[in-house]
Design a protein around this ligand. Structure first.
Ligand SMILES: [Zn+2]
Length: 510
């Protein structure tokens, strides 16, 4: 009997087993972020990024633009970072804020896996839902929430951040946003209610996988990148997107939008605009591309793979979301002269808010001051020192002088509720920008940028305190920033005038 075939079979079995073992050995470790990676640069995350601690959203939603309505199911993966057992979880329902004039209702809440959500209750004028667990979530443990919800947005005129106006339907905050965790066992959740003059969301950097169904013929503009688009027989289109890392996800829809695009440093930049504003829409694209190019070189590389610039019925103002900026409609029409600097300001928020997370409630000056001063760096790079001096003088110093003269001065270093619609922009934008400008002149151009780059690298996708920024100035810049900080951020207007009764907020924790 010939043994050779048996030997060959044995040999091939050995080779097959060896190949299998080699394949097992070389299999890469699981990557929980694999599905989100099309949305961000490979080197955007710091090496020590705590993947498990970042919330992950899986949202299936349907938009009805005619009724200005969103129906959705959100599955939110979260980790207890409080250091103690949690009996309650909190999500924010920002459309219920009076300034947004919308509604958001939860129609079902459960936990995954195993339903141990005992119920939920609205609080803080329905801007928060407290979800009570029937058994506590241990410290360091993760769980999932499954929430069904619907949102209704208003039809408005004037400044419209949320809702329909001019053929554009803005739908930011149209999903339950997990409240930010502090890591402090005594007060583990941030449940601050933003006033009308401040930014809305306080949230931890998160990842998003979104399936959005919209009627055919409607342009969907959203944070993140589109993975697939499927036309259904029911006259709807299903968009699958991934987004993050970032504190928010947002979308806008319109049946009127036109689009222009270009690539900058490998980033896909899109401008969406109404047909009658096409010229300004193309200018906004060019301004955004220039701002990206400048900040990529002055600061650090942009963290995402695309950026959208969206015409928005927010009059002459803009608003920042991760990889998407609203630019106010008035700058497309009768305030074209201010569009370049507005775009530069909003694009700067991609570094100061999206990449280095901001706390727009407790430290709005750090968020807006950095964005505002970075837009001056952009103007200086493009148009020379004269443009920077004009900005410093006319955009910052003149309004601050007015505030001092008329009794509206106050320290910018206060929570957002210490200001009002009159002095918020002057103090939190202009006076704070003068703080960064004083640092810029004290450190010099190159050293100042070295400080900003070190600050970004240390706090990417984290939420630093003012004391963290000052520590980087001291360590990397080699100067004591305290006198400049006290002069511009902690001083002003306590002596007399209409603001004399405003109580300064406690100073930032060291
Ligand atoms: Zn801003």
């Amino acid at each position: 009997m010939n043994q050779f075939p048996r030997f060959l079979a044995f040999l091939s079995a050995v080779i097959g087993l060896a190949a299998l073992l080699a394949a097992c050995r070389s299999a890469p470790p699981p990557d929980p972020l694999a599905r989100y990676r099309p949305a961000f640069r490979a080197d955007a995350l710091p090496p020590d990024f705590d993947v498990a601690a970042a919330p992950r959203y899986d949202i299936d939603l349907r938009v009805n633009p005619g009724e200005r309505r969103v129906d959705g199911v959100a599955r939110i993966h979260l980790k207890n970072r409080s250091g103690r057992p949690m009996n309650d979880l909190y999500v924010r329902l920002y459309p219920n804020l009076p300034q947004l004039q919308g509604t958001m209702q939860l129609t079902g809440v459960s936990t995954l896996p195993g339903n141990y959500a005992a119920g939920f209750a609205y609080q803080d004028n329905n801007t928060t839902a407290r979800i009570t667990l029937s058994e506590p979530l241990p410290p360091g443990a993760s769980t999932g929430l499954e929430i069904t919800y619907h949102v209704e947005a208003p039809d408005r005129s004037g400044y419209v951040l949320f809702g329909a106006s001019e053929g554009i339907l803005n739908l930011p905050y149209s999903y339950p946003i997990l409240a930010a965790q502090t890591g402090d066992p005594a007060t583990p959740w941030r449940l601050d209610v933003p006033p009308p003059h401040g930014d809305i969301a306080i949230a931890d950097p998160a990842f998003f996988a979104i399936t959005a169904t919209v009627p055919s013929g409607i342009t969907l503009v959203a944070s993140g990148v589109e993975i697939t688009q499927t036309q259904s027989i029911s006259n709807t289109v299903q968009h699958v997107l991934v987004a993050g890392p970032g504190p928010e996800w947002t979308m806008t829809v319109s049946d009127k939008f036109q689009k222009a695009s270009l690539d900058v440093d490998g980033i896909h930049v899109n401008s969406y605009f109404l047909p009658q504003d096409a010229g300004a829409g193309r200018s906004a694209l060019a301004d955004a591309a220039a701002a990206l190019r400048v900040y990529n070189r002055l600061l650090t590389p942009y963290p995402y793979t695309k950026l959208d610039i969206v015409e928005s019925p927010t009059r002459y103002l803009g608003m920042e979301y991760p990889d998407l900026n609203y630019i106010g409609i008035d700058t497309y029409r009768d305030q074209r002269g201010s569009q370049e600097v507005l775009v530069a300001h909003e694009v700067a928020h991609q570094w100061w808010y999206a990449l280095v997370n901001s706390d727009p409630f407790r430290y709005p000056w750090l968020d807006e001051g950095l964005a505002e001063h970075s837009s001056m760096l952009f103007m200086e790079t493009l148009h020379g020192p004269g443009a920077a001096e004009r900005m410093s003088s006319l955009r910052w110093q003149v309004p601050v002088n007015w505030a001092v003269k008329n009794g509206y001065d106050a320290p910018p270093g206060q929570t957002v509720t210490a200001f009002d619609g009159t002095n918020y922009e002057i103090l939190v934008y202009a006076k704070s920008a003068l703080f960064f400008d004083a640092l810029y002149h004290a450190l010099g151009h190159d050293k100042y940028l070295e400080v900003l780059r070190a600050y970004i690298d240390r706090y990417r996708f984290r939420t630093p305190l003012p004391s963290d920024f000052l520590a980087v100035v001291k360590e990397v810049g080699g100067i004591d920033p305290q006198p400049i900080y006290e002069k511009w951020i902690l001083s002003g207007g306590k002596q007399s005038g209409p603001k004399a009764d405003a109580t300064p907020a406690p100073l930032p924790a060291p």
